[in-house]
Design a protein around this ligand. Structure first.
Ligand code: OAD
Length: 239
């Protein structure tokens, strides 16, 4: 299927799901996880975004999150985020499922956003489970402390942790019912998020992938569009 056909299917669809990954925010200046720029002080994200890393060295993990928070605070949504927010406005049922924690979809105007991996601007107590929003780009003290005196952690999902049940159920149900499933800027290697594309296709949806490169799912999607999300999405999603 070429981009023109894909555009027609999207324009005619009643029920659309879009799953996004860090690639959609790359052109906003936020490094992807596995791409160039993902390394921080020579640590790989996979070695920092884990409960084990936080137990071993909370200061180090918090310094990494503080760095990411300051990058995200300076970033703005790009044309890809905006095209998705506009598509939501004219689609009867539209669910945006994201693995990103940067909040750029909401800032671009998306309303129905399902955050599978949490939110970098939310902090959560490691003892009393209280969670709260803190939008400061740089936290002081670091690690931050809850009212109850215990250390806070970032309100995100780490490797090996379960996804939030409510969000997962909404994402799985919407994917199952979708006519068109867009998968954008994700390497599609982190489960269970990546499995949603297969759920949608098995239930009859067409799957359209937008990615700067080939991924593990490119061989079986119905349409693979290779290039930058901020350039392809405005063309693909134009009314
Ligand atoms: P990855 O870093 O694994 O993949 C980023 C994808 O975006 C790659 O497939 C790139 O080819 C693509 N890409 C890069 N720039 C792009 C651009 N301008 N336009 C379109 N595509 C582009 O990041 P994710 O797939 O988001 O989880 O990673 C998934 C999860 O693993 C993350 O949510 C995070 C991570 O570790 C947790 O922290 C639990």
């Amino acid at each position: 299927m070429n981009i023109e056909e894909a555009r027609g299917r999207i324009a005619a669809a009643q029920r659309i799901v879009a799953l996004t990954g860090s690639g959609i925010s790359a052109e906003s200046g936020i490094p992807t996880f596995r791409g160039p720029g993902g390394l921080w002080r020579n640590f790989r994200p996979e070695d920092l975004a884990t409960p084990q890393a936080f137990r071993r060295d909370p200061q180090l993990v918090w310094e990494w999150y503080d760095w990411r928070r300051s990058l995200i605070a300076q970033a703005n949504p790009n044309a890809g985020h905006i095209a998705l927010a506009e598509l939501e406005q004219r689609t009867p049922s539209f669910t945006l499922v994201t693995q990103n924690v940067d909040g750029l979809h909401a800032r671009a105007g998306s309303v129905n956003v399902v955050r599978l991996h949490g939110d970098i601007w939310t902090l959560r107590c490691t003892r009393c489970e209280r969670s709260w929003e803190d939008m400061r780009a740089s936290l002081d003290p670091l690690p931050p402390i809850c009212e109850c005196g215990a250390m806070a952690r970032p309100g995100v999902v780490w490797f090996g942790e379960p996804l939030p049940t409510r969000e997962w159920n909404i994402a799985a149900q919407a994917s199952h019912q979708s006519e068109v499933f867009l998968i954008i800027g994700t390497s599609a290697v982190v489960q269970p998020a990546a499995s949603l594309a297969g759920v949608a296709q098995d239930a009859g949806a067409i799957v359209i992938e937008v990615n700067a490169a080939q991924t593990e799912i490119s061989d079986w999607v119905d349409c693979h569009l290779e290039g930058n999300a901020s350039e392809i999405l405005p063309l693909l999603l134009a009314p």
